[in-house]
Design a protein. Sequence first.
Length: 331
Amino acid sequence: MTERKRKYCPYCGAKTECKMEGETKREFCNNCQVFFYDNPLPVASNIVIRDREILLVKRKFDPFRGYWCLPMGFAESGESIEHAALRELQEEAGIKGRILSLVNVESGNSNTYGDLLYLTFETEWIGRNLRAGDDAGEVGFFPLDNLPEMAFQSNINAIEKWMRNKKEYWAIVDSFKLSVNQQEDGPRGDFLSDKLIRIVENNADVIAGRWMDDVRNNKSTPSYARANTRLYCEKNKEVIRQFGKWLGGCYSTKDIQDYYEQLGRERKQEGFALSEMISALSLTRKHIWEFALSQKMWNKTIDIYTTLELERRMMLFFDKASYYVSRGYEV
């Protein structure tokens, strides 16, 4: 772009000249004793999301006619950048919005307008109906993973940054929905805690060993002090593996019922008190939980949620196991 220069002072009409101000050469009016500053033009853009689709407008005029962009435009003198963003949203898409947060700030250059400063906001749609404005050929929502041909790289950069910031939040929301809506049996989908469950399954021998040391010395499980260490350690590893299989949808509630009712009958015949069995299951859950915590899953919010999600799913499994063990003792 050829840099445009002033020829005359806008105040007095005198011819301007170039003069150094500090280490910068600027245009100067000797008559008015005024330097002139060329600053980038501010451009305000909006990211509006509905059901994980983003609002875009199709440009009706050049530059980039026929390409798509965020609802955006130049800030006018005397208005805030936030007001400019909301004004452009209403002019181009017909809707009223509310600024939620600043997403991205980026410098750029245009062959038409010169230096630009792009400010992109996340904006909530709060009123009025969607319609294409005078400068927009079309307006609509698009899936974030399937955008049309975009006019401006600054828009693409802002959208990508916004998606990175939302990645963990969406993962938590999706996993929570699975947890709430999951079926009693069958495939569970992809939970955040699945990674931790695989770690638990792969280390069943370590967890079972810690559990065995605990039950042999715990006052609530005195019979285990006289039990065959290898045999009961293997049986505890099977409990840990069943936990993983059930959470993965490969082990049904009927399987839990059959196994733990039979386990209750066997331990009753072997002379274990029901209270010992309930305590032993509780200690299994405790050692799975402690092992999960030892994996240092507390660095981010998503890690904390993952660990707590595992704890909730453990509670559901071991409550079922304890119930059916008790049923086994009643036979």
